[in-house]
Design a protein around this ligand. Structure first.
Ligand SMILES: *Cc1c(COP(=O)(O)O)cnc(C)c1O
Length: 468
């Protein structure tokens, strides 16, 4: 029996995998990974796969990166963890100083969580609690965009909108105000991204005009709606939103958990709009994809609304066991060093251009509705019918065919529904990008060639983290 098979048999006997219909594994192989190096993952039978999705968008400088590894090794002999209430440590202080310096002016306080969803919970609770502390307890609702994704815990799901996924839990969710997304995929023919995103702002303006007295915050994924199918929009929307939030006294929460740390072409997406949100949520690439860590940055103004005598009960009494873990902070510090020393943002421009040129031919494919790109994220949306951008029913699982084809060709390409995307680590080479484009093209040809017969109620959900 192959080594892969030995591990997957043991795995399937005891594990329950994330975001997976486990029955799929009766047919789909599970891939046990023995080691990683740079963009490569290697399984127990010696097959290698280019990690085209940065292992769920977290890895930016490759697997087994010696610089990050070394920093963690030094830290692990020094201090692995300590309670962050009443105590502190060097890595968390240094990291906070650097994050304050790197993020837009005005974000001067850092609160830690240990994963993205928890970080969203922190931002939502802090915003609500801020308004309560300043005597505005009527401000308790959140405005969110359609097709948005902010994580899996209950409040994070409440502000998300990927229906196939949140629908089941609807009775548990907070009552939010949903505004149509500025997503440019369905813009009228000939309209620019900027004009479309600007036009879509009217709905947001109207919602804020009508509800601002009861709204604590608007939460958005800046520039790219990731799990919603890598849908993209123009920074003008963020600029208009910042102005409106100021006018209506509503907080602006930027969830840069997926897009932070260079993915959109700038270190943070908000830089492209020239704005400072009231809360900036960071995770995923923060540690280079090494260890779970999340940071919620906010303003001195928000911080001061909690700063008072204990007996006023204004403190933010929120914590996670692994808040600000030293090993994770050490990994983050090494990651920030690499960004700085290797001038990564500049270097990525050539890689992003290569991603564009390597996939340009797909724009003419009869079953591709759009090839879109923002920085180091490029998405190819497969459609049943090109002219009307008619989607494939999700039940046909076209993306899954691309996924399976890519595995056979040595790539981890994990589509979101019918959206095939490249979101590679920044250590990828131009030749590896070309190879991924070739594999993606073959996979798309294959996946769109055949008629798939399934009896379905057509539900147009654009995707989730699941290639099914
Ligand atoms: C991944 C993600 C989250 C959730 O982060 P987890 O660490 O998976 O809980 C939240 N928001 C966005 C935009 C994400 O992509």
């Amino acid at each position: 029996m192959s080594l892969n098979r030995q591990w997957t048999d043991r795995d399937l006997a005891v594990l329950w995998h994330p975001c997976t219909q486990m029955k799929d594994h009766e047919r789909l192989p599970l891939i046990p990974i023995r080691r990683g190096e740079g963009v490569w993952l290697e399984d127990f039978d010696g097959n290698r796969y280019i990690d085209a999705v940065s292992s769920w968008w977290v890895n930016v400088f490759g697997h087994a990166n010696p610089r990050i590894g070394q920093r963690i090794k030094e830290q692990v002999d020094q201090l692995e963890h300590v309670i962050l209430a009443g105590f502190s440590h060097a890595p968390v202080v240094e990291l906070s100083e650097r994050l304050v310096k790197l993020t837009p002016a005005g974000l001067d306080r850092v609160f830690y969580a240990d994963n993205g969803s928890s970080c969203i919970e922190v931002a939502l609770k802090m915003s609500f609690h801020y308004w309560r502390n300043v005597g505005r307890s009527d401000k308790r609702r959140f405005v969110t965009l359609t097709n948005s994704y902010h994580g899996e815990t209950v409040a994070a799901m409440s502000v998300g909108d990927v229906s196939l996924f949140t629908e089941t839990y609807r009775p548990l969710l907070l009552d939010t105000l949903k505004v149509p997304s500025p997503d440019c995929f369905l813009r009228p023919d000939g309209m620019t991204w900027e004009d479309h995103s600007r036009a879509m702002f009217a709905a947001m303006e109207q919602t804020l005009a009508q509800h601002h007295h009861e709204v604590a915050a608007v939460i958005v994924e800046p520039l790219i709606q990731g799990a919603g199918g890598m849908r993209m929009y123009h920074p003008i929307y963020l600029k208009l939103l910042r102005e409106a939030c100021d006018r209506y006294e509503v907080h602006l929460i930027h969830d840069e958990i997926a897009v932070g740390f260079g993915r959109t072409g700038t270190l943070f997406a908000c830089e492209q709009a020239g704005i400072t949100p009231d809360f900036l949520c960071l995770s995923k690439a923060l540690t280079g994809g090494y260890l779970p860590l999340a940071a919620c940055l906010t303003t001195e103004r928000v911080y001061q609304a909690f700063y008072d005598d204990y007996s006023t009960l204004r403190a933010f009494l929120h914590s996670h066991s692994y808040t600000g873990n030293p090993l994770a902070c050490a990994a983050a510090l090494a990651t920030l060093d690499i960004f700085e020393q290797d001038r990564v943002i500049e270097a990525n421009r050539a890689l992003a251009a290569r991603m564009a040129s390597a996939t340009a031919h797909l724009a003419d494919h009869p079953h591709v509705g759009e090839v879109r790109q923002t920085g180091m994220a490029l998405a190819i949306e497969m459609v049943r019918e090109r002219a009307g951008k008619t989607p494939y029913p999700w039940q046909e699982r076209r993306g899954l065919k691309v996924y399976e084809h890519a595995l056979g060709r040595g790539a981890l390409l994990r589509p979101l529904g019918s959206v095939v995307y490249l979101l590679p680590p920044y250590v990828i080479t131009p030749e590896q990008i070309d190879l991924l484009a070739e594999i993606a093209t073959e996979g798309i040809d294959l996946a769109t060639r055949e008629a798939v017969s399934v009896s379905v109620d057509v539900d147009l959900h654009p995707g989730h983290r699941d290639p099914g």
